[in-house]
Design a protein around this ligand. Structure first.
Ligand code: HEC
Length: 143
């Protein structure tokens, strides 16, 4: 076997190896991010639909996301939002509370949009179990 032929074959093998390891790596990363989103889904309890989540803020991406990103993350992280669940009224009350005590500014015409976003994406969770039985008429077992 001449030397040149040997070098070409070795070079060829190295290239194949590099390409292969690149793709193997990418698959691992894909699998990892899939596992992560599965887990965050578990944390949300029973929700079945997977909503896309912004990596940087942890907030669900949807209409109003940018408004929340610009108005709500100056003083605390998005965690404070994602850890909370409330209906529209309660979200409004939280905003009022921050305005009265924490110097949150007037949100103006953005407020309804922000409330839409919050009450849609961070609504109270569905109960995991059925409600307890009520008004049951019990009867004595006959022998
Ligand atoms: C001017 C600063 C500021 C801005 C802007 C701000 N917050 Fe807050 N927020 C606070 C402070 C301070 C707290 C109390 C933090 C703590 O208890 O550690 C707080 C607490 C909260 C809490 C937790 C309330 C509770 O009952 O525990 C939520 C939820 C929240 N903010 C949501 C929001 C949302 C939604 C926005 C955007 C509309 C927003 N914040 C914008 C200052 C701000």
């Amino acid at each position: 076997m001449n030397k040149r032929f040997f070098l070409i074959i070795t070079g060829f093998l190295i290239v194949i190896l590099l390409v292969f390891s690149y793709f193997a790596d990418r698959r691992r990363i894909d699998e990892k991010s899939m596992v992560q989103s599965d887990q965050s889904n578990l944390n949300q309890g029973v929700s079945v639909v997977m909503k896309p989540v912004d990596d940087e803020t942890g907030l669900i991406i949807g209409p109003g996301f940018n408004l929340v990103k610009t108005n709500c993350l100056g003083c605390h992280s998005g965690k404070l939002i994602t850890q909370n669940r409330a209906n529209r009224e309660a979200w409004k009350a939280t905003i009022r509370w921050m305005q009265q005590t924490q110097n949150l500014w007037d949100l103006g015409e953005n407020e309804p949009k922000i409330l839409d976003y919050l009450s849609k994406n961070y609504a109270p969770q569905q109960m995991g179990r059925r409600a307890p039985l009520q008004d049951v008429e019990w009867y004595d077992l006959q022998e």
